[in-house]
Design a protein around this ligand. Sequence first.
Ligand code: FAD
Length: 318
Amino acid sequence: MKVTEHIERANGKTLFSFEIIPPQKGSNINELYKNIDPLMEFNPPFIDVTTSREEFVYIDKGDGLLDRKITRRRPGTLGICAAIKHKYEVDTIPHLLCGGFTKEETEYMLIDCQYLGINNVMALRGDAMKHQRYFEPTAGGHPYAVDLVHQIHNLRCGQYLHETLEEGDRANFCVGVAGYPEKHLEAPSMDFDLKKLKEKVDAGADYVVTQMFFDNQKFFEFLERAKDYGINVPIIPGLKPIAVKRHLQLLPQVFKIDLPDALIEAVDSCKSNKEVRQVGIEWAIQQSRELKEAGVPVLHYYSMGKSDNIKAIAEAVF
Ligand code: FAD
């Protein structure tokens, strides 16, 4: 079922969902299941599976030096989506990236989604690679997420494929895109970023999932401003509980987001990461309760492959 159908069916009740990261190559999928199992009691209607475009391959140049130029993607996104869908009978959402993928590879991935009965996808640009200062489009790929949404939309309209199929057999994806309550780090202004978000919606995006934020006021303001721009699709807040002290520097640096002073002080005064984890859980519970009260359609958690803190939050909120 599509994400938008799950939301409609919930009839105003806030749903629980989360995203997982494919494990490092060679890891057993049972390790992943150990982190998903405890969260299934909260009935997620869908689970997202991220895509990582970078994994360095070290080439021995024969002179004792290693060459790190070749990169490849971390495998597993679609396979994990299929495995989870089958095991838990839950909808799964593969993240599709512009960076690292040609249009043709994306088309193949979408065709595989069709065969697997996966009819939700998240359309994302991806970040610059570690050795790049700015995002550089992949040759034969897309420069922006909006272009990816167009491709998915064209596929679902049968412009590229399935020309001879009946209407009901055509590809028909529900497409999610990213939104940024504190603006995307590269965007020159919030207005610019919202205009670009509107373009993604006009191109066929069916819902928005936000970047993490720690101050609900920023999310509520974002909702208002998005409405002013005519963005009327469901906007799902993405939440990440702080888990280690290093997040105080890392999260603002990587995602260009603000941390509220009260949260900084609470984390900073912790004596161990166990204490930090508890502070992160409590903060996320407060955020979640307020957002649920405000009637958000879904609370979406970035699990980063660990479920214990997400379970503690879900127990308190759902
Ligand atoms: P876009 O919508 O293309 O926007 C990127 C920037 O370009 C913005 O600043 C925007 O304002 C600007 N822009 C957009 N269109 C235009 C245009 N036509 N002309 C000029 N400027 C334009 N990353 C991963 O690698 N894997 C994942 O699985 C993943 N999952 C994510 C899930 C969520 C919910 C979120 C919020 C992010 C996720 N990301 C993931 C990170 C994401 O790839 C980065 O934030 C990336 O830098 C931007 O992606 P986007 O889809 O928002 O890009």
